[in-house]
Ligand binder design. Structure first.
Ligand code: GH3
Ligand code: MG
Length: 457
């Protein structure tokens, strides 16, 4: 794992110490001895994690952190507060300004490396999603994608797997201000529970009876529906082997008994905030993809979508020897609608036309706007005669019901022509099928419009 770590401390000896340890793990290390330089470096270069001293002259670590988290260009960089004071109040204050983690001086090697690695891993995932999000939309970071905020919009939903009632109660009580916690003592049942409900975090207490806690973690990581849920492991003091293996398995963070309630809250918040941020990014990427395959005016799929999916449906029908018919339809004399009633009226007609298509075809059919006033319906498992009935029904539905316009003008009487083509001998590519449907449509237009023509088999 290569990543660039920025170490910020006003005491040169402290910087040297952390730098040497990180270099030994092959991290790329940058250093700064004051807050202003640190902000400058983060703004100008790609930094993956910041290790930040709290007590520094001029600008202290809290202020540096706050500024990093309120700048959209740097808000996503994880910040680890490094402090000599192991004061709960410092941690709470760090949390308020958006710190992602804490380390106490003298810094323990395992803690340093494992925390940094876990934050780098989280950031790599966010970065990848962010690049896709930005690339697709070219709009930089949305307001809705901010991460710095210490509060949560709504209570975190947490699943706690813990064999002991007393310990369950203590954890539930500590997390009460920020989370609603479901506690379970049966590890196997907890995997199903995690898969079935939308949890923000699973906390696994390593005190499980007769069950390897790492086995549970690995099950959660390998199931499709739970693999993105963060896992926080509670371990025994000194159990470094377990921690190393847990982090290798993809456990996001760990906390050592006896539990400090403030630390538990801080680590929980960090994981939940990151997860929600990544969820939002993932949704936004999904939405962008949807936009890319949807026609903006009618909401039907667009031609790009048709091109890929027709290929799939075509190949499937060929392979299984199943029938497949496509219907290409075009509004008759549509240009006149635009010319006589304006472009907006034309758009109204297209929207209504699309919605009539949608209401006529089956769920398994694929309806697309092919371009302009041309639409295509792909009908899997549909032989020519059945498709002809469907097309006739659509044709009648266009002809019988006038089209309302937003302008309130007299509704328009319109018709449409349709060309059908069915998979058969001589057709080996989707393009040939489209071409046949196009020919049939041409014939329908030429022979008087407002009719359905099926291409000769
Ligand atoms: P035909 O019966 O032969 O199909 O005649 P037509 O007038 O429907 O066909 P033509 O291809 O001559 O005209 C299609 C018109 O559709 C021309 C174009 O301006 C219009 N058009 C294409 N896309 C849109 C759109 O998104 N909105 C509107 N309002 N008009 C569109
Ligand atoms: Mg037309």
């Amino acid at each position: 794992m290569t990543a660039r770590i920025l170490v910020v401390d006003d005491i040169p000896a402290n910087v040297k110490l952390l730098e040497a340890r990180l270099l030994a793990e092959y991290f790329d290390v940058l250093t700064a001895d004051n807050g202003r330089d640190a902000l400058d470096i983060c703004d100008r270069t790609q930094v993956d994690v910041v290790l930040l001293d709290i007590m520094m002259p001029e600008m202290d670590g809290f202020e540096v952190c706050e500024r990093l988290k309120s700048n959209p260009r740097t808000a996503h960089i994880p910040v680890v507060m490094v402090t000599a004071l192991d004061q709960p109040s410092d941690r709470v204050r760090g949390l308020k300004v958006g710190a992602d983690d804490f380390l106490t001086k003298p810094v323990n090697d395992l803690q340093l490396i494992s925390r940094v690695k876990s934050l780098v891993r989280l950031k790599t995932l966010s970065d990848e999603l962010r690049i896709r999000h930005d690339g697709a939309r070219q709009i930089g970071l949305d307001e809705g994608l901010r991460l710095h905020d210490g509060r949560l919009d709504e209570q975190a939903q947490i699943l706690l797997v813990d064999s002991r009632g007393a310990s369950q109660e203590r954890i539930i009580k500590s997390l009460k201000p920020i989370a609603s916690v479901i506690a379970m003592s049966d590890p196997q049942a907890s995997v199903f529970e995690a898969a079935e409900h939308a949890y923000d975090l699973v906390i696994v207490n390593s005190n499980l009876e007769d069950y390897d806690p790492l086995r549970l973690c690995s099950q959660l990581r390998s199931l499709e529906r739970t693999r993105f849920i963060p896992i926080l492991l509670i371990t025994e003091h000194g159990d470094e082997q377990m921690i190393i293996r847990a982090l290798d398995l993809g456990v996001n963070d760990y906390i050592v008994r006896p539990l400090d309630p403030n630390e538990l809250v801080a680590r929980t918040l960090t994981q939940v905030r990151r997860k929600r941020y990544n969820d939002r990014l993932r949704n936004s990427v999904r939405q962008t993809i949807e936009l890319a395959v949807t026609d903006g005016l009618t909401g039907l799929h667009n031609r790009r979508y048709l091109d890929t999916h027709l290929r799939t449906l075509f190949a499937r029908a060929m392979a299984r020897g199943r029938p497949l018919t496509i219907c290409m339809t075009d509004i008759d004399r549509f240009k006149q609608v635009n010319d006589m009633h304006g472009h907006d009226a034309g758009d109204d007609v297209l929207k209504e036309f699309a919605s009539r298509i949608r209401s006529t075809v089956r769920g398994a059919d694929l309806a697309c706007r092919f371009g302009g006033e041309e639409f295509i319906v792909v009908m899997p498992d549909t032989p020519a005669d059945v498709a002809k009935t469907v097309a006739e029904r659509l044709r009648a539905m266009i002809e019988m019901r006038p089209f309302q316009l937003r302008s309130g003008e007299t509704p328009l009487m319109l018709t449409a022509s349709m060309g059908l083509a069915t998979l058969g001998p001589g057709i080996v590519t989707p393009e040939q099928l489209l071409k046949q449907a196009d020919n049939a449509l041409y014939e329908a237009k030429n022979s008087g419009r407002n009719r359905v023509v099926a291409a000769a088999a």
